[in-house]
Design a protein around this ligand. Structure first.
Ligand code: ATP
Ligand code: NI
Length: 357
């Protein structure tokens, strides 16, 4: 049994299971381990967030899951299973419509020379075999479902006649036309202004409920994670460095990188005019890891962090972290055993012989 099976406690069926996924780009200059030993699973109807700075491997993870990694990239090892079926090795075609993706830039996802309705109907034809009136009606229904007013008229318009927010809604309608069980959203709101962003997030939430979708939600924004995700993977330089339920992660972040990302959310720190940011940037992972890839930016790093690659350890129920601060052999944190901690305080108080009134 895979560790992720054992860790899952709810009754929902596991839809997507990624295990030890490694995706490598062999460029002329270097070998980039863009995704390096990543494991996670998504249950039916769940939203799993993937968060991390630019270059951490979020999009390559998404493209790997969809079988869209192109040369010079290859899925080097690992397993991607959809409802138990292995997808790696070229078996994506059996599940093409089951997984669907919404990218960041709606203008690149829509073809400017076809009407929005045309593009939805084409997807309906390929993935659901719908044609003629049935396809036309379903296209209108989908545009209504994603909140486009006057859908019956607008279905005949071209992408450039839509505003940015409406275009992203149209892209989501195209993605839904596959009738997917899992929707992968790769920074779907990053190109939109804040108000529109909030509306799209709300739409995704509604759709998830109504269409019983699981969502893999990719963003660099912890604030968006808080609003959308049930569970979250924090990625850094190709690796998942922490994973937990969202509430858990926000209450007790275990990785210094996670704490850094959380500190950059507006409103969570006292000095709101100058948000703390993590100095430096994500390194390009050019070989198998021999250290903690975050060590040189980490405020809590110690010597061993430069020589030892941290393994995932459990720090709570369904809460894992890869950081030497949490490996016993390298324990640099103060004693955490609450029982012995309180016993020591009582002992001291008794020995002091009544300092307190
Ligand atoms: N086609 C490619 N050829 C070579 N390297 C690539 C290619 N695509 C991605 N990479 C590398 O893989 C690593 C991860 O990239 P990825 O796009 O997944 O990051 P990301 O987390 O999605 O970042 P962003 O927030 O900027 O979208 C980066 O080092 C990137 O340079
Ligand atoms: Ni990306």
């Amino acid at each position: 049994m895979a560790p992720s099976d054992a860790a899952r406690t709810d009754g929902d069926e596991v839809l997507l299971e990624v295990e030890d996924l490694t995706t490598v780009f062999y460029t002329d200059k270097e070998t980039i381990h863009a995704v390096d030993g990543v494991s996670f699973s998504v249950a039916e109807g769940e939203t799993l967030g993937i968060v991390g700075e630019s270059g951490s491997g979020k999009s390559v993870t998404a493209r790997s899951v969809l079988g869209l990694v192109d040369s010079p990239g290859v899925i080097e090892s690992g397993s991607i299973r959809y409802r138990g079926d292995e997808l790696t090795g070229g078996n994506w075609d059996d599940h093409r419509g089951d997984l669907s993706i919404v990218f960041q830039d709606p203008m690149n996802s829509l073809n400017p020379v076809y009407t929005v309705g045309n593009q939805i109907r084409e997807t309906l034809r390929i993935h659901q075999g719908l044609r003629g009136t049935a396809a036309r009606e379903e296209a209108v229904r989908l545009l209504e479902a994603v909140g486009i007013p006057d859908a019956r008229r607008r279905v005949n318009e071209y992408p450039h006649q839509f505003s940015g927010g409406m275009r992203q809604r149209a892209v989501i309608a195209v993605a839904l036309a596959c009738d997917p069980d899992l929707l992968i959203c790769d920074e779907p709101t990053t190109a939109l202004d804040v108000t529109i962003q909030a509306q799209i997030l709300e739409l995704l939430e509604d759709l998830q409920r109504e269409e019983d979708l699981a969502i893999l939600f990719i963003t660099h924004d912890m604030g968006v994670i808080e609003e959308t995700a049930d569970r979250v993977n924090v990625m850094y330089a190709g690796e998942v460095v922490e994973s937990a339920a969202v509430d858990d992660l926000f209450e007790s972040p275990a990785h210094p990188y996670t704490r850094g990302l959380l500190a950059s959310i507006p409103g969570r720190t006292a000095a709101e005019d100058r948000l703390p940011t993590i100095e430096g940037e994500v390194p390009t992972p050019t070989g198998p890891p021999s250290d903690c890839r975050f060590a040189d930016r980490c405020p809590e790093a110690f010597d061993a962090c430069e020589d030892v690659h941290p393994e995932h350890v459990d720090v709570g129920s369904d809460h894992g972290v890869a950081c030497l601060l949490h490996e016993e052999a390298y324990d640099h944190s103060p004693p955490v055993d609450p029982a012995s901690g309180s016993a020591a305080v009582e002992g001291d108080a008794a020995a002091d012989g009544g300092d307190r009134p």
